[in-house]
Design a protein around this ligand. Structure first.
Ligand code: KG4
Ligand code: ZN
Length: 333
């Protein structure tokens, strides 16, 4: 089966062609430069940039894949969650294509796409799995009893993990998006230099909270500045990152142990974090839990993950009607 995937939920315009387990093309036009001077994604600018890029990317993705439009067996598109205007660009294009080509349309939940990225690289992977989904807008632990079914065990009660990275990065003057910047800076730092709070780490649930950590870090910086003390930025980045990672590792592996599930998938943009990946693999090995971390380009937003998720649903006989809306707060379960 050959499926075209379209992803425009936030600030990456992405188009991919996937044939079974093989990625034939996977293209991305990042809007990072466009939003950087505002320190965050400006929704209206994102929508307009998607409009400019999408048709060009579609043509390139088809060409690079070495297929014709008539070879496509379906069109998969992110229908939520995400920015309404941004989503609408991809959804409208996907509807037009499916209609003109007379192939099925399949709407995909962006978060399911992140999880399915793991199966794209590891077709041998078997459910059940525990998925830690950590992105710019979401942070949750889900049990996946079979592909396409999700039971949310817990989620953030305030900020998302990526949001915490981005906010702290912005506060200390790093570029947007801040996650990769903190990751890079932290490599030269000592993660035990400063001790920041690990909210909810030992609570008997699977929820997360990052707003207290954010406040603690900002207060800590101000106190040092007021006292005229030097702050080692690398130590600060490493110590903040360690607080985030500690909680994610502890709670995710506890979920796997408690639910007696032997495999953990780490998904979403923050899954690209080098410290989170390393610590997950270390702890997983110690506790005999298999840890799956998709390659970096499949962790951050891309369209191959959307094509894969859509293909699995098409194979199961699912179809999405052409009047499907884009849903900004689309739930996973
Ligand atoms: O999944 P994603 O690409 O887009 C959303 O669906 O939100 O995730 C983007 C988030 C941003 O907050 C970004 O700072 C974060 O993922 N991120 C990282 C890293 N790479 C991306 N956070 C920490 N370390 C990284 N290496
Ligand atoms: Zn994402």
């Amino acid at each position: 089966m050959i499926v075209l995937g379209i992803e425009t939920s936030c600030d990456e315009t992405a188009v991919a062609v996937v044939e079974d387990d093989r990625v034939r093309s996977n293209l991305l036009s990042s809007q990072t430069d466009l939003h950087a001077r505002f320190g965050g994604v400006v929704p209206e600018l994102a929508s307009r940039a998607h409009l400019v890029s999408l048709n060009i990317l579609l043509a390139q993705a088809i060409q690079e894949a070495g297929v014709a439009y008539s070879d496509l067996d379906g069109v998969a598109v992110t229908i939520g969650p995400g920015l309404i205007g941004a989503l609408l660009v991809g959804v409208s294009a996907a509807k037009a294509l499916a209609s003109v080509l007379d192939v099925p349309l399949i709407g995909v939940n962006h978060l399911e796409g992140h999880v399915e990225a793991a199966f794209l690289e590891r077709p041998d992977l078997r459910t059940p799995i525990i998925a830690l989904i950590v992105s710019g807008g979401h942070t949750m632990i889900a049990e996946v009893p079979e592909r396409g079914r999700y039971e949310i065990l817990g989620q953030t009660i305030d900020d998302a993990a990526g949001e915490a990275f981005d906010k702290i990065a912005r506060y200390i003057g790093l570029a947007f998006p801040g996650g990769p910047e903190i990751d890079r800076l932290a490599r030269d730092g000592n993660p035990a230099a400063y001790r920041f709070p690990r909210a909810k780490m030992n609570d008997d649930d699977y929820d997360f909270s990052y707003s207290g950590l954010k406040t603690a870090v900002i207060r800590w910086i101000r106190e040092r500045q007021d006292a005229g003390e030097d702050i080692d930025a690398a130590d600060l980045a490493a110590s903040f990152q360690e607080a985030v990672v500690d909680v994610q590792v502890a709670k995710t592996l506890r979920a796997a142990e408690t639910r007696r599930i032997a495999t953990v998938v780490v998904a979403g943009g923050v899954a690209a974090n080098s410290r989170l990946r390393a610590r997950m693999h270390e702890e997983g090995e110690r506790r005999r839990i298999e840890i799956v971390t998709p390659s970096l380009l499949l962790c951050t937003d891309n369209a191959a993950m959307i094509a894969t998720a859509g293909m699995r649903r098409l194979e199961a006989g699912e179809r999405t009607p052409l009047d499907v809306p884009a849903t900004p707060n689309l739930a996973l379960a």
